[in-house]
Design a protein around this ligand. Structure first.
Ligand code: DHB
Ligand code: MG
Length: 221
């Protein structure tokens, strides 16, 4: 959960983050649905945007739209020729995101899909391989998202995953029983990326932890 910002994080937000009216609208809507704490911060959005631009990402997949805040940073990185496919399980969130990002959908720069990503993702495989895949959905499904991403990411592509500290549970021996499955999966997710011969990976210590894996050009598969 993202709560009060530490002074150093506030400093970064103040100096490197430009929101604009569309993101302000999403920030207002996120308070109305009471999901403020589960949305990425502006500085995390800016980080994702910079990373996406560094690899010239044009085709991007997002697993977990929420209200579209993270989506806006991907769209900005993609530019007018790029495309983003984003997946959201909650119909109310999908509806609000579709409303706020209506122009991008009409311009065919964005496709918002409603439903469980693991069921929906096969439908866009023919659009791939993708340059960037951002994972920010069901924490217990991160390994399954990884397997899909690994198959559908181009060589040199970037995998980014939010919440990879799993609220501190990945570096604790025993996770609370109600999070046992997600903790086990997240530990395996980080271990897999950290050891994978096909990725240069690192966990960036944002407040929630953001693991990134840059797929190598010459891979083992
Ligand atoms: C929470 C935070 C997230 O960033 C997320 O994607 C899901 C849940 C949380 O704090 O519960
Ligand atoms: Mg998250």
């Amino acid at each position: 959960m993202r709560t009060e910002k530490e002074p150093k994080m506030q400093y970064i937000e103040d100096h490197f983050v430009r929101l604009g009216s569309q993101r302000e609208k999403i920030l207002k809507a996120i308070l109305e649905v009471d999901k403020d704490g589960i949305q990425i911060s502006g500085s995390e959005g800016q980080l994702i945007k910079v990373l996406a631009r560094m690899i010239g990402a044009q085709k991007m997949v997002e697993i977990g739209t929420l209200l579209g805040f993270s989506t806006t940073w991907l769209l900005e990185a993609a530019g007018p020729q790029g495309r983003v496919w984003s997946f959201e399980k909650m119909s109310e969130h999908h509806r609000i995101a579709s409303e706020i990002l209506k122009a991008e959908i009409e311009e065919q720069r964005l496709s918002l899909h409603l439903g469980d990503a693991l069921e929906q993702l096969p439908k866009i495989e023919h659009e791939g391989p993708f340059d960037l895949i951002f994972i920010d959905a069901n924490k217990a499904a991160y390994m399954e998202y990884f397997h899909w991403a690994h198959k559908n990411l181009r060589p040199g592509g970037l995998l980014i995953a939010d919440n990879t500290f799993l609220f501190g549970m990945v570096y604790q021996e025993e996770a609370p029983t109600n999070h046992a499955k997600a903790a086990k999966v997240m530990k395996e997710f980080n271990k897999t990326l950290g050891e994978h011969p096909d990725y240069d990976a690192i966990l960036i210590p944002t407040s929630e932890g953001m693991t990134i894996g840059l797929k190598k050009y010459a891979t083992s598969n």
